[in-house]
Design a protein around this ligand. Structure first.
Ligand SMILES: [Fe+2]
Ligand SMILES: [Fe+2]
Length: 198
């Protein structure tokens, strides 16, 4: 493979940048595969739960689908816990960072904040405030996040629930991760360059 000319980025040339963007475009085209692999990896995590974190995710996505939620929302539900083993105390932010360029702001906000909102179901058993999420009570998506936790997360640990298989959601994942439609401010220079190099 053709290599760049620099060892320090302050020596980067236009040609180097072109090479990097080309490679980034190739990597971006494989993103859906990596996301699907991250979902599959959740099969390795169960602990004392009655279902694996993979099955939990399938239930979440299946319930969102059966409820008629949007494709971006369903994909958000599918991946909402993929970062739990790498970011045990901040997985909402971790997953939101993965989703940010690919799903609308509302879905991203719900996924980002779901761990705090979900604490409603257990914080009091730890002597904490189960209503800590009420700090966001005036936020326009407060109720949406409450609903996500109630309808598509806290109830998704059922043994024997007839979840749809990952293959069912795969085309949705591929569509959602096919293009960074919601690039963060200031990063559109990168997403545009990667898109046009692809
Ligand atoms: Fe979670
Ligand atoms: Fe969850």
């Amino acid at each position: 493979m053709e290599k760049v000319s620099y060892q320090h980025m302050d020596e980067m040339t236009e040609e180097d940048t072109r090479l990097i963007m080309q490679d980034a475009a190739e990597e971006a085209s494989e993103l859906a595969d990596r996301v699907l692999a991250a979902v599959l990896e959740l099969k390795n995590f169960q602990g004392p739960l009655l279902v694996t974190r993979y099955e939990h995710s399938m239930q979440s996505a299946t319930r969102a689908y059966r409820d008629g939620q949007s494709e971006e929302y369903i994909v958000g539900a599918l991946v909402h816990d993929i970062g739990d083993h790498l970011a045990p105390f901040s997985h909402g932010e971790y997953v939101a960072a993965v989703l940010k360029p690919y799903v609308n702001e509302r879905v991203c906000w719900i996924i980002k904040h779901h761990p705090l909102f979900q604490a409603y179901y257990y914080a009091h058993h730890l002597g904490g405030d189960r209503n800590a999420r009420d700090a966001y009570r005036d936020h326009e998506w407060y109720q949406d996040c409450v609903d996500f936790c109630e309808r598509f997360d806290q109830n998704c640990f059922e043994v024997g629930y007839d979840s749809l298989p990952l293959e069912f959601f795969e085309p949705m994942v591929r569509r959602v991760f096919s293009e960074p439609r919601y690039a963060a401010d200031g990063m559109s220079i990168l997403t545009d360059a990667v898109s046009s190099a692809g």
